[in-house]
Design a protein around this ligand. Structure first.
Ligand code: HPA
Length: 249
């Protein structure tokens, strides 16, 4: 079994990863966001992929999600921890909070969202009732506890198209829909992982209050600062992630 980590905004490299090799993977869907990095992180083997490229130059709507997931599976990953910066919609989802969400609402559009669209012998529908892998969520929670990282267990991730941030009215609608978090990269990544039969879970870091909070506008400087501290917690958590073939104590 093999763990892959997809790093998002604020985690384009994994400090402490002992890199053994970099691999450029060609896929039937085009180029992944970046070469894939094989290495050892705090005692377990990982494959690391920077979702937005190492120069952080690929915006959320341009990420080649199909190539990324295909490449991870091709290299033998079985479990994918997707790290993502998000906006928080109300308490307890405030800045710097780590969240392991349990549901998704998809507001994205015009993205290549399936592997099942060409040369089909039959139409394929995947079950997506529970979009995140329960076992991997448990491992993330156990790792957070071991690392002493405060986290929120559960929450609904609303995936928006971006790259602009949302209006206050859009966030108000998302709140009414039941969203607790807003981000731009969670879909179709999670659905593609399910299609590829990879166990997938999100480790979300709240970078800011979502639009409209207390009548304020979203400050990029604040996002940067919260992400800096939030990603340090993520690194601590990932450092205690038991590899999938090791028992959770
Ligand atoms: N909205 C969408 N995506 C985000 C946000 C946000 O407020 N913060 C970080 N990623």
């Amino acid at each position: 079994m093999s763990v892959a980590i997809i790093g998002g905004t604020g985690l384009t490299s994994l400090e402490g990863l002992e890199i053994t090799r970099r691999e450029v993977v060609r896929t039937p869907y085009g180029e992944p966001s970046s070469p894939l990095i094989h290495g050892c992180f705090r005692g377990y083997d990982v494959i690391f992929l920077a979702r937005h490229g190492y120069g952080h130059n690929i915006p959320p709507h341009k990420v080649n999600y199909r190539a990324n997931i295909w490449a991870l599976r091709h290299l033998g990953a079985t479990h994918v921890v997707a790290v993502a910066a998000v906006g928080g919609i109300g308490e307890p989802y405030g800045p710097r909070r780590i969240v392991i969400p349990d549901q998704i609402i998809d507001y994205t559009h015009s993205r290549r969202c399936t592997f099942f669209e060409q040369d089909l012998s039959h139409v394929t529908h995947i079950d997506f009732t529970y979009p995140y892998d329960a076992g991997l969520r448990d491992r993330l929670k156990a790792a957070a506890e071991k690392a002493g990282v405060d986290f929120v267990d559960g929450g609904t991730y609303g995936a928006t198209q971006g790259p602009r941030l949302e209006t206050a009215a859009e966030i108000e609608r998302m709140r009414r829909d039941g969203c607790h978090l807003v981000g731009m990269t969670g879909m179709p990544e999670a659905a593609l992982a399910r299609e590829a039969e990879l166990a997938y879970a999100h480790c979300a870091v709240v970078a800011n209050w979502a639009a409209g909070h207390c009548g304020q506008i979203v400050s990029m400087d604040e996002i940067k600062e919260h992400l800096y501290y939030g990603m340090e917690s993520v690194r601590q958590l990932l450092g205690r992630l038991p590899a999938p073939d090791r028992a959770v104590p």
